[in-house]
Design a protein around this ligand. Structure first.
Ligand code: GSH
Length: 238
């Protein structure tokens, strides 16, 4: 019995991969929720056995809770964190259904074309610009929302922004010169503000891959003073 007790971690553990957009959105929400979790950076080519044991589908992010439960979908991790603590009101939206639908479009069709645009040489059925044009249908939808409001589904930075921005970052990075000249000024402003925020900087800290005997690292300590205003929706710092 005692050995079981000692096997249960005292804090939640997040298996994460720095550049993965799903892991980034999970880290954003955990940080915004000021919830401290142990961060275990992994390599996709060399996943730790402990992560695979917790979640055999073995995609990141994986959150292992201190009661032994496992959450292995990024959106569920965001909701878990924000339902515990949501100082920035990321879950406050009169249009939660709209938020869900927009994130679904991102994770479905947009992600499908993003992968093909990014790795066009692996999908020779069409040229890269075809995949880009398909992805642009979603960019245009976001641009028209951002023409009307500074954020996607709310008057402040919230769940939809955090869930979708990491994927738009990837799309922009495929061909930065093209993106720079693309006709999406409000989308670019929204992305730039995010990329230069303290919140983004915090969740993109670099760590060496976790090893079972490594000392624990923690994510989610509260940002201090002026710097936490992106979380709290203060437009002046965004
Ligand atoms: N639906 C999952 C998708 C997560 C996902 O596909 N993550 C990628 C990395 S960006 C992954 O772990 N792929 C497995 C691999 O490359 O081995 C979620 O939202 O958490």
């Amino acid at each position: 019995m005692t050995s079981n007790l000692t096997a249960v971690p005292r804090h939640a553990i997040l298996y994460s991969f720095r550049r993965c957009p799903y892991a980034i959105r999970a880290r954003l929400a955990i940080t915004a929720a000021e919830t401290v979790v142990e961060l275990r950076e992994i390599e996709l080519r060399n996943k730790p056995e402990a992560m695979i044991a917790a979640s055999p589908k073995s995609t990141v992010p994986v959150l292992l809770l201190n009661n032994g439960d496992v959450i292995d979908e990024s959106l569920d991790i965001m909701l878990w964190a924000l339902r515990h603590n949501d100082p920035g009101h990321w879950l406050d939206s009169a249009w939660m259904q709209d938020v869900g639908q927009l994130i679904q479009c991102n994770d479905g069709k947009f992600k499908y074309y993003l992968d093909r645009y990014k790795y066009a040489d692996r999908y020779p059925e069409y040229p890269a610009h075809y995949y880009r044009q398909q992805g642009e249908l979603f960019l245009a939808e976001l641009e028209s929302r951002l023409n009307r409001s500074q954020y996607l589904c709310s008057d402040h930075f919230a769940l939809a922004d955090a869930a979708i921005l990491p994927f738009i970052r990837q799309f922009a990075a495929v061909d930065p010169a093209w993106f720079e000249n693309a006709p999406y000024p409000d989308l670019k402003r929204w992305l730039d503000r995010f990329l230069t925020s303290r919140l983004f900087d915090t969740v993109m800290s670099k760590y060496s891959p976790w090893k079972p005997d490594a000392p624990s690292l923690f994510l989610g300590t509260a940002l201090s003073g002026q710097e936490d205003k992106i979380i709290r929706g203060n437009h002046s710092l965004l």
